[in-house]
Design a protein around this ligand. Sequence first.
Ligand SMILES: [Fe+2]
Length: 319
Amino acid sequence: MELALDRNASLIEWDEPALSQFGRKPLRLMHQVHRHELFSDDALARLLDNPARGDYYVNTMNIDAHDTRSRREGEIRDLPGRDVLRAVAEGRLWILFLRPERADPRYEALLEEIYREIASHQPGFSAKHLKLSILISSPNIQVYYHSDIPGQSLWQVRGRKRVYVYPNHEPFLSQPALERIAAGEAHEFSLPYDPSFDEHATVYDIEPGQMLHWPLHCPHRIVNGDCLNVSFTTEHFTPGIRRNFIVQCANNVLRRRFGWEHLSQDTTGPGYWAKFGLAAAWKLSGSRSRRRKVLNVDFRVDPEAPGGVRDIEPYEYHE
Ligand SMILES: [Fe+2]
């Protein structure tokens, strides 16, 4: 199939009724970014040719059950990008490629174009700290239940997947758990999940040319269809999301250091400014920056190994 953007059309098909719910309810919109040459096999293979260690995560996990303990960290080494793609297509792998703009600045231009378009349809929308990450994942693989701190959209490029989006309040989202994730003390996947939550999820089967956007912090989980999946996420902070982040970090200190409960989520007023000061002091003390993640890497991507997973002598990688 010839991949080509229609330059006379917008990137997103703006559906006016849905637009009024942007950020308030889970939303599915049509887009044409899956036709962009930056997501062709050649472009993806170029990114995966000897990627810098800090630019990706590769994981394998149990596909039959929601078992976060089965999640393993791997590495990509001495393998042409084409073979990495083949290992994903035939195996049981999930690759998150970060900061593709470092390899090709056109990804940054695309990201900026996307946000310019969103802003032109959302009066007053202004976002910073924009990020685009590419997800390349095997048939039937899962992304377990988790919540993300920035505003986020998921764009489907190739393959099909089922996405469960849950309400962003108790019991689906535990406030202390969210605060620990915001403060960098817990992994996103540490969020407690119960299968009974599914009754309350908004469930989407998405295909190439569809994107999802959900309200801030909505927990979500993903199950791939029986096919290779290529997607990307876009992330952003608006001034409101930034203030919410500060409140979560301050609440974490108040709850864990001082034992406070029933903490307000207000992002305005004197209470907010006190938390702003507390979060700034906490940040200045270096508490967040010292908590770097350590990955226990125990496999290498190898298309000739079962599941694309070659066991190696485990080692620690410090981010
Ligand atoms: Fe996510």
